[in-house]
Design a protein around this ligand. Sequence first.
Ligand SMILES: Cc1cc2nc3c(=O)[nH]c(=O)nc-3n(C[C@H](O)[C@H](O)[C@H](O)COP(=O)(O)OP(=O)(O)OC[C@H]3O[C@@H](n4cnc5c(N)ncnc54)[C@H](O)[C@@H]3O)c2cc1C
Length: 385
Amino acid sequence: MNNFDWIVIGGGITGSILSYELAKKGLNVLLLEKNPNYHNATRYSYGGVAYWSGTDEFSLNLCQESKKNYEHLSEELEQDIEFRELDLMLTIPVEKDPQLIAKNYDKFAITPNLLTPKEALEIEPLLNQNAISGVLKLPHGNLHPQKTNDAYQQGFLRLGGTRKYEEVTTLLGKNQTIIGVQTNQNKYYAKNTVICAGGLSRFLLNKMDIALNIYFTHSQLIITPPVEIKLKSLVMPAILNRINIEEKSGDSTFKNLWNAPSDEVIDDVMEVGAIQFLDGSFCLGQISKIKTNPWASNNDNLDEKIIREGIGKVLPTLQDLPGKLHHCLVAFSADTNFLVGKINHFTGLHLFSGFTSTFIFAPPLAKRFASWATEDYQKMPSLSS
Ligand SMILES: Cc1cc2nc3c(=O)[nH]c(=O)nc-3n(C[C@H](O)[C@H](O)[C@H](O)COP(=O)(O)OP(=O)(O)OC[C@H]3O[C@@H](n4cnc5c(N)ncnc54)[C@H](O)[C@@H]3O)c2cc1C
């Protein structure tokens, strides 16, 4: 009864999609999630689907497949994931040259339209014209992240998958062969285990002395109840400073800091972002901090003030909406768009995490992963530090 073909650790969007795709291949899969309330990155996400963001043949194919997949996903999963086309409005700060910032987007498959502040306001009247020198507009997709997560899990359960709310405390194995997991309640066995634990993937890998380039930010954001004000687009900054601090994590000095978890803030960034879901609620963000201890505490009052002041500059009418601050860890990989594959020197251990643009890249890669698992295991990429 405690034996499975695959064990998936983590029930955020990466683990939910992968469990579903593995079960679709006829495998007997156990999904383990430690938190039945899902206080994770998926729940607190904007749910943006960046299908314009392919830069080479492989990522372009993934983007196209993903877009097609979302168009019929609600039907396939028999649950509405609220997928829709929604303009992405990337704001350029008033002191920056819009033409120069626009050049940074030349590498993407779909290049944005550069709008003047006046043109931007015609599309998104909530923007503060005085705070921006322009806006880059891109066709974007959007979904409800937690509803999508739930829809995948319901689909997985209908296929005969098993889900348990237990925390994996240790991986079970001998001589680099993983044979299952120990949770806070039970032991479960499988020939194959895959870590989809988001920001805590690094922590689980470290327990096995595995050093891969997977890290996390502490992210903070505000969720509001449904309100009357209407935001027509997804608003984010055109300059994503978060990417710079993520890239730095791959440097050798940073790597050493990651090996000694601490509460110290190594770097942080506030990026004004806002999405309104179909029920009228908002997610307003976000602060991203590099602190190497996943359980480091934050100064919530100060951080909420920083987010509200940031929002107030770009989207003034949203600054004082009622709402609550939330925190989550967001996994990222310093030098690639994702870490997907089997872990070198181990048998039966895999990773599916560290995505940039998770909602676009995870679904098509989960399908590939499930095919490698069932049809051609040799082709599955190997991950090493
Ligand atoms: C404000 C904000 C906006 C964002 N906007 C976008 C966006 O527009 N588009 C986009 O693509 N991405 C966006 N992201 C990023 C995206 O949300 C994340 O990359 C994605 O949700 C990560 O999914 P995950 O499954 O890796 O992690 P998570 O959702 O964090 O899930 C990991 C799960 O693993 C569980 N877990 C951990 N350890 C264990 C254990 N030992 N045992 C059992 N369970 C365990 C956790 O409880 C958690 O539920 C945004 C993030 C934030 C914070």
